[in-house]
Design a protein around this ligand. Structure first.
Ligand code: PLP
Length: 400
């Protein structure tokens, strides 16, 4: 019989993907499923990126790339960090990877030994603890409170730091909560970190451009430049430029860490597709005004979705300040029964039953470490969102 390695056998399947698979299967049967499960912008990629990829192919830019990224893309990333984040990196402090996800994989593979701890504020994006576990490390969740806008508080962080802590992960704006940490919030975290010189920080800023109202993103390495030699700033083109399928992510950080990560990547992939890198250069150097119009669209949808969720009896919802998700609480609905007699005992059952009976796919909060919640992506059309919320509302109304 087929046997997988222990490190894989120990790993739960990512719930985001499991729900998407079930939704796809239903769709294939002809069921009209509205998918709010995946974090995927519903906009087209910038035309200049598509053109640049074509041009690169026609020009014969089709050989192996440098493992750590093309000079052109590294320079575009350096310019981006300077322009958007006030950060100054040299070329040997930049790594280009197959998506932001590979940056995390590279970083953890390069630095984690079995038993090392990775602090992950919860609710968290599923990949941080899963990738840490793949390295034999121990994810240590630290709870962020809904009443606190799901920000990480210095006291909560202090309580979980240990001599085994190797990484602290920060992801603001947050997937799944949309929480944003302002400069003061980050400064308070930095102050704690000064007492722990061996702790590295992964600052995943992939949603930086998607903040609403007067909330603006701040980069940890800019707020605390004295810690920059142990901060890895992660970003990519997936969310800001609606380029999820291109698989281009990048990071800036201390040269020795970047070199170690490039070594991992050299053994894993030999670098990133040259055509995709050419497209990413065009996106980063091109027209940035689309970002603002995407942000306005998400802000409008956020108001629409949060308003509709709050109008459903039994559902609570914090107002996300950024990213493109809502993270409603469903505590009051746990223990209720469907007309068919099924007891909704957890958010997993709720999400599965909602998919089977109301044909809306979401992800249960269990996947992100804080229950009972659901994560809804608002990266869907206004019409889809309106019908999805109608369906959720009538599904809930039928629970007894
Ligand atoms: N970081 C966060 C918080 C994300 O939500 C995602 C994608 O869902 C990523 C990183 C990875 O993005 P990609 O690998 O598509 O660049």
């Amino acid at each position: 019989t087929f046997r997988v390695a222990q490190r894989l056998a120990d790993l739960p399947p990512p719930a985001t993907i499991a729900m998407a698979q079930r939704a796809r299967a239903l769709k294939a049967e002809g069921v009209d499923v509205i998918s709010l499960a995946l974090g995927e912008p519903d906009f087209p990629s910038p035309p200049e990126a598509v053109e640049a990829a074509y041009a690169a192919g026609r020009a014969g830019d089709t050989r192996y790339p440098p493992v750590d990224g093309t000079i052109a893309l590294k320079d575009a990333v350096i310019a981006k960090f300077r322009r958007d984040n006030g950060l100054d990196y040299a070329r040997n402090q930049i790594l280009i990877a197959n998506g932001g996800k590979q940056i995390i994989f590279d970083a953890f593979m390069a630095t984690l030994d079995p038993g090392d701890e990775v602090i992950v504020p919860a609710p968290y994006w599923v990949s941080y603890p899963l990738i840490a576990q793949m390295m034999g490390a121990v994810p240590v969740p630290v709870a962020c409170q809904e009443t606190d806008g799901f920000r990480l508080r210095p006291d909560a962080l202090k309580a979980v730091l240990s001599p085994r802590t190797r990484w602290l992960v920060l992801n603001f704006p947050s997937n799944p909560t949309g929480a944003v940490m302002g400069p003061d919030d980050l400064a308070a975290i930095a102050e704690i970190l000064r007492a722990y010189p061996d702790v590295l920080v992964l600052s995943d800023e992939i949603y930086e451009h998607l903040t609403f109202g007067d909330r603006v993103h701040a980069s940890l390495a800019a707020v605390a430049p004295d810690l920059a030699d142990r901060i890895l700033t992660l970003n990519g083109v997936a969310k800001a430029y609606a380029m999820t399928g291109w698989r281009v992510g990048f990071a800036g950080g201390p040269a020795p860490l970047i070199a170690a990560m490039a070594k991992v990547q050299g053994n894993a992939t030999s670098g990133v597709c040259t055509l995709a890198q050419a497209g990413a250069v065009a996106a980063l150097n091109g027209d940035q005004s689309r970002i603002a119009s995407m942000r306005d669209t998400y802000a409008r949808r956020r108001d629409q979705v949060v308003g509709a969720l709050r109008a459903i009896p039994g559902i609570t919802c914090a107002n996300p300040d950024g990213a493109f998700y809502a993270y409603p609480g469903i505590a009051a609905l746990i223990g209720r029964t469907t007309p068919g007699g099924l007891v909704i005992d957890t958010d997993v059952t709720f999400a599965q039953t909602l998919l089977e009976e109301a044909h809306v796919s979401t992800v249960p909060g269990t996947a992100f470490g804080v229950s009972p919640h659901l994560r809804l992506s608002i990266a869907a059309s206004d019409d889809q969102l309106a019908s999805a919320l109608d369906r959720i509302s009538s599904f809930v109304a039928k629970l007894r």
